[in-house]
Design a protein around this ligand. Structure first.
Ligand code: ADP
Ligand code: MG
Length: 391
């Protein structure tokens, strides 16, 4: 990686502003999945061990520039404090006199968390005054929020213009692992794409078609390709706006694209709807394709065998409902069983499916960045990364 990291600075005694990604799911006022908090621990612990004054900041949800009690980082600070096994104070406003006063009293090795950055409109607007106010709390800036690096906000880009800015250890790992996929992947390099948001992902399809040795397509994404190839898809989720692009990609890269041969179709969208497995030529009118079928699973598994690198984004079906989860879970298990391959999974729903399959620990890298991961794999420069000091 060509960016400086926390290991390239001497944080001892310094006030270090650390942008983390604590945008975690909350349920009944508790953190329901603390993966993102855990992912930031190595950087925080590194700074504690090196006697920095650690000032953490993050966004949570979309409060639209106004203080919103339900989106307070209170539940996060409680969980973080448990995980670090030390008290962590929540600073009730991320900028202003009270924040400056509290930071002024911090001892080396102490950790505080600033309240939700998006309580201020200046965060998402990347307002230079707001960025300057944030930066004034610290001597150094560490960005460990890979998941927010595709956004040019005050806490990702603005502060990096005011302070010496380096990558945290999580950011470094994401950039290393994903960077290798773009520059020098172990081959055969295969990508698996699915999910619902075809428009968001068509850029990734294009980019990966150029780089990968094969592209396995399932989920709503496959419906769009199948329809573009002339199949009748009934009432299936299809991105009509992307049929032309899909047709063009089919013409250009037919040999690299592996599409479903069979599908689990249902008469309605709920778990009790009548369902059956059909070939891709036989989707009944009015029915919906909600999962890939067993022949497709077998052909995807066969194609994956011997892979050097596999990148997966997007479930193969509506895995939230048990009758349509098998394709997605089978692919998760197939990835976990690839000996010696580098396997990389990104996307909130895809990660949830990997956890549901219970194979999380057998995946090489679970990316913490959904949109950021996709934009990176698309070959785009991420503004939050660009803003960091070059090595
Ligand atoms: P990720 O969060 O991993 O990036 P997406 O958000 O793009 O993935 O897609 C996940 C959603 O796609 C899931 O809610 C899943 O139910 C839905 N999905 C997958 N296949 C289908 C399908 N055939 N029809 C409708 N929805 C689908
Ligand atoms: Mg999603």
């Amino acid at each position: 990686m060509n960016k400086k990291t926390v290991r390239d600075i001497d944080p001892a005694g310094k006030r270090v502003l650390v942008r983390v990604d604590f945008n975690v799911p909350l349920h009944n006022g508790m953190v329901s999945d603390d993966s993102r908090i855990r992912a930031s621990l190595p950087t925080i612990q590194y700074l504690i061990d090196h006697k920095a004054r650690v000032i953490l900041c993050s966004h949570l949800g979309r409060p639209k520039g106004k203080p919103t009690p339900s989106l307070s980082l209170g539940p996060v600070v409680a969980r973080l404090s448990e995980l670090l096994n030390r008290p962590v104070r929540l600073v009730s406003d991320c900028v202003g006199r009270a924040a400056a006063r509290i930071v002024g009293t911090m001892a080396p090795g102490e950790v505080v968390l600033l309240e939700n950055l998006r309580f201020h409109p200046g965060e998402e607007a990347n307002d230079p005054t707001f960025a300057q106010q944030l930066a004034s709390l610290a001597d150094l800036f560490v960005n460990d929020a890979f998941g927010s690096a595709h956004r040019a906000h005050a806490s990702t880009v603005g502060v990096a213009r005011c302070l010496p800015a380096v990558a945290g250890l999580l950011m470094e790992r994401e950039l290393d692992v994903l960077g290798r996929v773009l520059t020098n992947p172990a081959r055969p390099f295969l990508a698996i794409l699915g999910g619902a948001k075809v428009s968001d992902k068509i850029g990734v399809v294009k980019s990966l078609l150029g780089r990968a040795d094969g592209l396995l397509v399932g989920g709503g994404m496959a419906n769009t390709f199948l329809k573009a190839g002339g199949k009748a898809m009934g009432q299936s989720l299809v991105d009509e706006d992307k049929l032309d692009v899909a047709r063009e990609l089919l013409l250009k890269a037919r040999d690299k694209l592996l599409l479903p041969q069979d599908l689990v179709v249902a008469e309605g969208s709920d778990a009790r709807a009548a369902r059956r497995v059909v070939g891709v030529d036989d989707v009944p009118p009015g029915w919906k394709a909600l999962d890939i079928g067993p022949k497709t699973v077998a052909s995807f598994r066969a194609r994956l065998r011997g892979a050097g690198t596999v990148v997966w984004n997007g479930p193969m079906g509506v895995f939230e409902m048990a009758p349509f989860a098998e394709g997605t879970l089978a692919i998760a298990r197939a990835l976990a069983e690839l000996p010696g391959a580098t396997t990389i999974v990104g996307g909130g729903d895809t990660i949830a499916a990997v956890k549901q399959a219970g194979v999380e620990a057998r995946i090489t890298h679970i990316s913490t960045g959904g949109g950021a991961c996709l934009e990176f794999l698309e070959g785009k420069q991420l503004p939050g990364v660009e803003a960091l000091l070059d090595r």
